[in-house]
Design a protein around this ligand. Structure first.
Ligand code: CTP
Length: 403
């Protein structure tokens, strides 16, 4: 049986595409996992699958119209308050576009506009629609807004072609929501309420001259996933961010910094009353000994040039040296390319921190997933590959029980 769904209240949203008939299977898999299900459909979805079928399966009238006299009051508000998880299957290009800009012009979109629980979007459309620039922009924004995507996958499409855009298998979609709900007790319990946490994210940039700098690869995604998860669990969240590729979640305080020393100063400023500090930032270990006032010019000869680097402060290690009672709970990340746990264990000891999240560079970089081992003085926990948001919740589970 799919885990994480037993006894949970799930809203299934159905968009208007050929794959809408598979919403029936989504509902069935949810019910097999012992979830309670209610359905909301766009008007065009009702052309592809009968609301009567979905009402019959769920024992509750499928909501298709905000003006239906059977639903006095605000059915979209009531449905979203009832839901502990949500799946939109199929999510058409039109549904994704409207969701991205916050439209609420039918029962499904109005419900999604109020939804505060983990939501899985399962797109289905022709490959050219999926790859279109507008759709890709919308998908990128929706991911940043915290939606989880299930698929699409490559396979036969309604048009008869084979390509990317086929809806993920219903069982898989349901399993993905199960993992999210298993990993995200948030929304249900607010175990970080009253806690102040700081997350550093992204790379630092160490200037060589006004146009050049030394940096590390880091998108900021893991840090922002931690910020979102902490926010959803009730914490007051401060993010100290270098130059990240993605935007921070809403509802958190963001302090932008450039160099390692700027980052250290910003963290020091926020230390008062801080319960936990999670350093996901890729802090440059070294910086150029000097920052030239003017742009350095290329030499006319072929001789190599040398840049002198000096060591940056180790922000985490300096905090680790403080007495445990005068510092926040400290979490470091160890990004390695080999001997991951061995190096992580050494960092745990040498930096005197409470938890090291050890991950491998090739998995962690850039994408939405990560695979990590939590290394603590008490022992290691190796986690399977999961979304960065799910991993963030595992990290907060650990921090929350230690606080
Ligand atoms: N870190 C830090 N200050 C630094 C360097 C790293 O606070 N100057 C933090 C990182 O944010 C991360 C942890 O320390 O949480 C481990 O960083 P990493 O670069 O992997 O460790 P280093 O000590 O720099 O070791 P190495 O580069 O040799 O692997």
């Amino acid at each position: 049986m799919i885990q994480g769904l037993s006894g949970k209240r799930i809203v299934v949203g159905v968009g208007g595409g050929i794959a809408a008939f598979k919403a029936v299977e989504v509902v069935r898999h949810l019910q097999r996992a012992q979830a309670e299900v209610r359905v909301v459909m766009t008007p065009s979805a009702t052309r592809f699958v009968g609301p009567t079928t979905l009402s019959g399966l769920t024992g509750r009238a499928a909501v298709t119209d905000l003006w239906d006299p059977r639903y006095p009051g605000e059915v979209h508000v009531e449905l979203s308050a009832w839901a502990q998880g949500c799946i939109v299957a199929p999510a058409t290009q039109n549904t994704l576009a409207r969701l991205k800009i916050g439209m609420a012009d039918d029962a499904l979109l109005a419900t999604l506009a109020c939804m505060a629980c983990p939501t899985v979007l399962a797109p289905a459309m022709h490959e050219r629609m999926w790859n279109g620039p507008a759709n890709q922009r919308n998908v990128a924004q929706l991911r940043e807004d915290g939606y989880t995507f299930a698929g699409p996958v490559t396979g036969p499409l309604a048009s008869g072609h084979t390509g990317m855009g086929r809806m993920q298998e219903p069982e898989e979609i349901v399993a993905i929501l199960g993992t999210l709900l298993d990993d995200a007790p948030s929304g249900l319990h607010q175990d970080l309420t009253g806690r102040r946490v700081l997350i550093s994210a992204g790379p630092t940039q160490e200037d060589l001259d006004p146009v050049r700098y030394i940096t590390n690869r880091s998108s900021g995604r893991m840090g922002f996933a931690l910020a979102r998860a902490a926010r959803d669990r009730g914490a007051e969240v401060v993010v100290v961010a270098g130059a990240t590729e993605v935007s921070p979640p809403a509802g958190v305080r963001v302090v932008k910094v450039r160099s390692a020393r700027d980052m250290q100063a910003a963290i020091d400023d926020a230390l008062d009353g801080l319960d936990a500090l999670v350093m996901t930032a890729a802090v440059a270990d070294y910086r150029p000994a000097e920052r030239a006032e003017h742009k350095l010019k290329k030499q006319t000869d072929e001789a190599p040039i040398t840049i002198e680097l000096v060591k940056n402060p180790d922000i985490l290690a300096e905090l680790g040296r403080r007495r445990a009672t005068t510092r926040p709970f400290l979490v470091g990340f160890a990004m390695e390319t080999r001997d991951i746990v061995k190096y992580a264990r050494r960092k745990l000891r040498e930096k005197r921190v409470d938890l090291i999240v050890a991950n491998e560079a090739s998995v962690a970089f850039g994408g939405d997933d990560n695979e990590a081992t939590l290394v603590t003085p008490e022992g290691d926990t190796t986690l399977p590959r999961m979304s960065k948001l799910a991993l963030a919740h595992r990290i907060w589970d650990h921090v929350s029980s230690a606080l």
